[in-house]
Design a protein around this ligand. Structure first.
Ligand code: PLP
Length: 404
């Protein structure tokens, strides 16, 4: 008999967002007239920018013409896109990244879930807590996280770095040695981030410890304050220890269009092997390239017109963030995030659990958010609302919550 990967059996319960969907649909069945507002899932709602649509139309026409038709894309991505990425996302910030260190992909979820394939099974991972669940889940599947401890609501072999109101959402360095450190900045779900100096401290720490940082910058475009890195390569020494993952989903609205990229500098060398070369091998083996049409669309994001349209999108969502953040504050809630990220992270009132508050908000205000405990043990007692809805819904949701 063949053997399955038993690590799948270690996952507790069901996936966070399927539990939410089930609860919401059960509630809706029982209350068919309820007008439910969904500020739960981190999906965008605004259409793609016109410049992106135009580029896609042109690329579609090229695909229908024998002279300009494209088959498989180059493994690493088309040069026109990688050159635009390097110029706009790195050179502009003074970061020394070259085009052959950029790997175009179908999004940051695939990359952040797959990057662990570069590492041996007995590495110890550290994650900020709470955080985007993919980092842990992909390592669970690879057998790197031990067992799920129901009491701790966490994995036995994972080092959690709590980010809570008590420590100002600044993680402490792990007490034990960790090999792979996941940082998501600005962080999903807390919407908080680190200053340049705090990030530099992490880079210095990783170099001292001989660790590698997996830096997920999916929300980089939402940074509005000074003194915060847009790329980890703004930190000295990051080329030796940090892999950066980016997405076109949250800035340009590509959640349904799929495009992202990963940067692996050639200076990251372990055991005589360059991680960049290993990823090139892996990419060539398992991935046949993001579609030409989508890469053309991605390149349009980097034109001046594309950038100004992306800014409009971000301003729209951050307008919602301000409505939600200020509304909650005025209603007396303890609120974080929503300044450099489209997520508002609130403390549940009166010591309610995250799921208790979810049920309460659904029943009393017909508003759906995401229980903080779904993002890690330190998320318990918190709740996430997203700014990715419409302005009208954000306002209506806040009116309902304030009236409670
Ligand atoms: N990384 C983080 C931190 C996210 O929150 C998300 C989506 O919610 C992703 C990656 C996924 O991005 P993509 O749509 O590019 O797969």
């Amino acid at each position: 008999m063949y053997k399955i990967n038993r690590n799948f059996a270690k996952f507790p319960g069901s996936y966070l967002f399927s539990t939410i969907a089930k609860k919401v649909s059960e509630y809706q069945e029982g209350h068919p007239d309820a007008k439910i507002i969904r500020l739960g899932i981190g999906d965008v709602t605004r259409p793609l920018p016109p410049t992106v649509i135009k580029a896609m139309h042109e690329a579609v026409d090229e695909m229908g013409n024998e002279a300009t038709f494209k088959g498989y894309a180059p493994d690493l991505g088309y040069g026109f896109l990688r050159e635009a990425i390097v110029a706009w996302d790195f050179k502009r910030l003074g970061c020394d990244i070259s085009t052959d260190e950029v790997f175009v992909s179908d999004g940051a979820k695939s990359d952040s879930g797959s990057i662990q394939e570069l590492f041996a099974a007995d590495n110890r991972i550290a994650v900020t807590d709470p955080v985007y669940p993919v980092y842990i889940d992909s390592n669970v599947i690879a057998g790197r996280c031990g067992e799920y401890d129901e009491k701790k609501e966490g994995w036995t072999d994972v080092t959690y770095m709590p980010v809570t109101a008590e420590n100002g959402f600044v993680p402490e360095f792990p007490k034990e040695h960790c090999d792979i450190i996941y940082l998501c900045l600005p962080n999903n779900p807390t919407g908080t981030t680190l200053t340049k100096q705090q990030l530099q401290d992490f880079v210095d720490y990783a170099r001292r410890e001989g660790s590698v940082i997996i830096y997920d910058a999916a929300y980089e475009a939402y940074i509005s304050q000074e003194g915060i890195c847009h790329s980890i390569y703004e930190c000295e020494g990051a080329r030796e220890c940090a892999i950066e993952i980016r997405s076109f989903s949250k800035n340009a609205g590509f959640t349904g269009t799929r495009l992202g990229y990963t940067v692996i500098p050639k200076d990251i060398i372990c055991d005589g092997m360059r991680l960049r070369d290993m990823w090139a091998r892996r990419h060539g083996c398992k991935f046949n390239g993001a579609p030409y049409i989508i890469q053309k669309a991605g390149a349009a994001v980097y034109t001046p017109q594309g950038q100004s349209e992306v800014k409009e999108l971000i301003d729209y969502y951050m307008g919602n963030a301000a409505i939600i953040r200020d509304g909650l504050k005025n209603a007396g809630f303890e609120v974080y995030g929503g300044v450099n990220a489209p997520y508002i992270w609130m403390k549940t009132p009166n010591g309610m659990t995250s799921w208790g508050f979810f049920d309460y908000l659904l029943a009393e205000a017909n508003v759906v958010g995401t229980p903080g405990s779904g993002f890690g043990p330190s998320g318990e007692g918190y709740f996430r609302l997203t700014a990715f809805g419409t302005k009208e819904n954000s306002e209506a949701a806040l009116e309902r919550i304030a009236a409670l």
